[in-house]
Write a protein that binds this ligand. Structure first.
Ligand SMILES: [Zn+2]
Length: 205
């Protein structure tokens, strides 16, 4: 097959709760059905997972190897491997960009899934830059926990002193923080409220 050794980059990005890992694992399964040799890699600091596994929220697990740096990703890869899937790739930091590009130049299919936005709504490198240099980039959305619309953001929420309610964005010493998916309307509103400001005035016509 002409395309077996043709390298490429695919990026799966989005906020938390967007199903990025599920999509990564879907592509891994498809590649295996097609007879490709696949290696799945995660960062050693990403300790939310079970030992040596990539687990999606839907509970589908696939064996994975831990790398301590971007450079180490390729050291883990056997020469026979054709496709490398990197989960939670934001853990690898800026060095990931060159590693992925070089690997694809050398003929590997690199599928990279990771967060591309911070909880306060800023681009989270290196994933956005990686998407700009990819053959394919898919940005997934989550579901807004307030209204059910597409959620391109996730927001940090902290438990209030009474532990009953969750307040967006603000630091709260001793509070339990977690994250929720938010649509543009509910993300913006909460952000400007937390800042104690009315936000920018946007005139539309
Ligand atoms: Zn909403």
């Amino acid at each position: 097959m002409d395309d077996v050794r043709r390298g490429r980059v695919e990026v799966i990005s989005g906020p938390m709760f967007a199903g990025k890992t599920e999509e990564l694992l879907r592509r891994v399964r498809r590649a295996r059905i097609a007879g490709r040799r696949v290696e799945v890699v995660h960062h050693a600091l990403d300790d939310r997972r079970g030992e040596g596994l990539v687990s999606s929220h839907s509970g589908l697990d696939i064996p994975s190897r831990a790398a301590t740096s971007a450079a180490e990703i390729l050291e883990l890869v056997d020469p026979a491997v054709e496709l490398v899937a990197v989960d939670e790739a934001q853990f690898f930091g800026p060095a990931l960009l060159d590693v992925v590009q070089h690997a694809a130049d050398a003929g590997l299919v690199m599928i990279v899934a990771g967060l591309d936005v911070t909880f306060d709504g800023r681009p989270f490198e290196p994933i956005p830059a990686l998407g700009a240099l990819a053959e394919r980039a898919d940005r997934l959305t989550a579901v807004c926990t307030v209204c059910g619309e597409d959620a391109p953001f996730h927001e940090r929420v902290v438990a209030s002193a009474d532990g009953d309610s969750l307040t967006p964005g603000v630091e709260h010493v001793g509070g339990v923080e977690s994250y929720q998916a938010r649509c543009r309307v509910h993300f913006e509103a909460a952000r400007w409220r937390a800042a104690g400001a009315g936000g920018p005035t946007v005139t539309t016509r």
